[in-house]
Design a protein around this ligand. Structure first.
Ligand code: SF4
Length: 192
């Protein structure tokens, strides 16, 4: 439910509404039979609240119809739910259930290329290639660390290489924080 709310908004806005939302509606059945107006009011701060409310109801109904009201715990089942792709499924597996998963978002895509781990922007290929390099028990934590690094240090278009602890070996490290070198792992030079 939180990943549905996270579209086109900030983590802060999602975290602002989820405590009250989950207290009021803790089960899939609550969403399946929710009053739309009440749901819209609860999630209003996240924006696009009308379409998100409909998606939450749809998710509740799908969970009730296909999985007895329980969130499934496999990738194959999770991606059958409306609006759930591999990224969301991996977040739910890794963060929700402690089952190793490697979510690939925009930060993971950028960082994986800049660090020279992959040379593709295809999230399915990135997931497969990085998961072959990293121990399974580290998949979720590694993805979360890449995301955090991408937010705080290796910021898009202005990576702070001078502050980065990986600048000693990163193939894209630059002297100027505004002009990263076009190294072998550079997203810009990666093959389509
Ligand atoms: S050295 Fe620069 S380009 Fe490489 S990961 Fe660090 S901030 Fe990003």
């Amino acid at each position: 439910m939180a990943t549905i709310l996270s579209a086109q908004t900030t983590d802060e806005r999602v975290n602002q509404v989820t405590p009250q939302l989950f207290r009021r509606m803790p089960r899939a059945a609550d969403y399946a039979g929710a009053d739309l107006a009440e749901l819209e009011e609860l999630i209003h701060p996240t924006g696009f609240f009308r379409s998100k409310a409909r998606s939450l109801v749809g998710m509740g109904q799908a969970l009730m119809d296909r999985f007895g009201g329980e969130v499934p715990r496999t990738m194959e089942e999770l991606v059958l739910l409306p609006g759930v792709g591999r990224k969301t499924a991996n977040v739910v597996l890794g963060v929700g259930f402690g089952i190793p998963g490697f979510p690939v978002d925009t930060h993971v895509t950028r960082l994986s290329n800049l660090l020279g781990l992959v040379r593709t922007r295809d999230p399915v290929k990135i997931e497969a290639q990085v998961c072959r390099m990293v121990p399974k028990e580290e998949w979720t934590g590694f993805s979360l660390r890449l995301i955090q690094h991408g937010r705080q240090v290796c910021v898009a278009r202005r990576p702070r290489c001078q502050l980065c602890p990986m600048s000693g070996w990163c193939p894209s490290a630059a002297v100027s924080p505004r002009r990263p070198l076009r190294g072998p792992g550079s997203v810009e030079t990666a093959a389509p």
